[in-house]
Design a binder for this molecule. Structure first.
Ligand code: GLV
Ligand code: MG
Length: 324
């Protein structure tokens, strides 16, 4: 290991993160009864300008009055370039800070953006005597945010997670798509002709680089990486495919922009029984190997070594966290 220690963010379960517009209070009870691990009550892009102030009031009331159970509660504040943002933070943290676990900062672009919100939240926490420290979730969804993702990830002790906001990221990078997430037939490779002259098209994942880059920044700073929205809520298979792609490269969760996506995200982001069984067998085999003075052995015809222990521990710890 490097001599540089990585401090891990609080181990919060974050397989699914349900987006609920703050302007739609009739949706709150159903969200509270859902199986989402984290809920963010939105003040930003799902709320029209005329509804911003009422949405803020709705959220304060809901955080104070609704039983949200063991869920982690977040608010997505408006961007730092709007005049709504400071009151989103001041009013909600002052009036409902006890039940608030996280603040989600959209379109974060620089470490200084994080610093600004941190200063504000710290003052309010100190002034109101809040005991629990509110964590930060950052949406990486602009070219600037992606360029500075490492500095953003390291910018505050409050940081807990980075989220890939595919829709705004597409707009900011001028990607040629108008759908939220998913794949694009034009991001593909055409194979050379085979012996019969046939060619095939293989679709690629146009978001691979962006998500991978964000995963590295998150993990190098002890944060959770999450994949953001998948807009077509009538396509569960498409959602699961996107979630699996994110999960296999290290994401811990995915947004649900519709209640039907919660179970899908929870399923994909939980290690399967087979994966956990194999991880436990690896740990057992390596314990036996070590007792016999060996550092590497074979299991089911494949090499396992000390790195296998670390891989297996990730899965076993996640399974324990889910069943806790
Ligand atoms: C999320 O905020 C997105 O822009 O995809
Ligand atoms: Mg966005």
């Amino acid at each position: 290991m490097s001599f540089h220690p990585i401090e891990q963010a609080p181990g919060r379960l974050n397989r699914s993160e349900l987006a609920v517009p703050g302007s739609q209070p009739q949706m709150f009870e159903k969200a509270a009864d859902s199986d989402a691990d984290v809920i963010f009550l939105d003040l930003e892009d799902a709320v029209a300008p005329d509804e911003k102030l009422q949405a803020r009031k709705n959220i304060i009331k809901a955080l104070n009055e609704i039983d949200w159970g063991r869920k982690s509660m977040s608010i997505r504040i408006n961007g730092l370039d709007t005049h709504y943002m400071y009151r989103d933070v001041v009013d909600i943290v002052e009036q409902a800070g006890e039940r608030l676990d996280l603040i989600m900062i959209p379109k974060v672009g620089t470490a200084a953006d994080v610093y600004a919100v941190d200063m504000l939240v710290t003052q309010i926490e100190d002034a109101t005597g809040l005991k629990k420290r509110i964590g930060f979730e950052h949406i990486i969804e602009t070219a600037l945010g992606m360029q500075n993702v490492h500095e953003i990830a390291a910018a505050s002790k409050r940081n807990e997670s980075l989220h890939f906001g595919v829709a705004d990221y597409a707009a900011s990078t001028r990607a040629r798509t108008t759908v939220i997430g998913g794949v694009n037939e034009h991001y593909s490779v055409l194979t050379d002709p085979d012996g019969d002259g046939n060619r095939q098209t293989h679709w690629g994942d146009m978001w691979h680089y962006a998500i991978s880059r964000m995963v590295v920044a998150a993990r190098a700073n002890g944060l959770r990486p999450l994949d953001g929205p998948f807009g077509d809520f009538s396509d569960p298979d498409g959602f699961k495919a996107a979630a699996y792609r994110a999960a296999v490269i290290g994401c811990e969760g995915k947004w649900a922009i519709h209640p039907s996506q919660i179970a899908l995200a929870n399923e994909v982001m939980s290690p399967s029984k087979d994966e956990v069984d194999r991880a436990e067998r690896i740990l057992k085999a390596m314990a036996e190997a070590e007792a016999a003075g060996k550092g590497a052995v074979s299991l089911d015809g494949r090499l396992i070594d000390y790195a296998s222990i670390r891989q297996a521990e990730v899965l076993v710890e996640k399974a324990k966290q889910i069943s806790a």
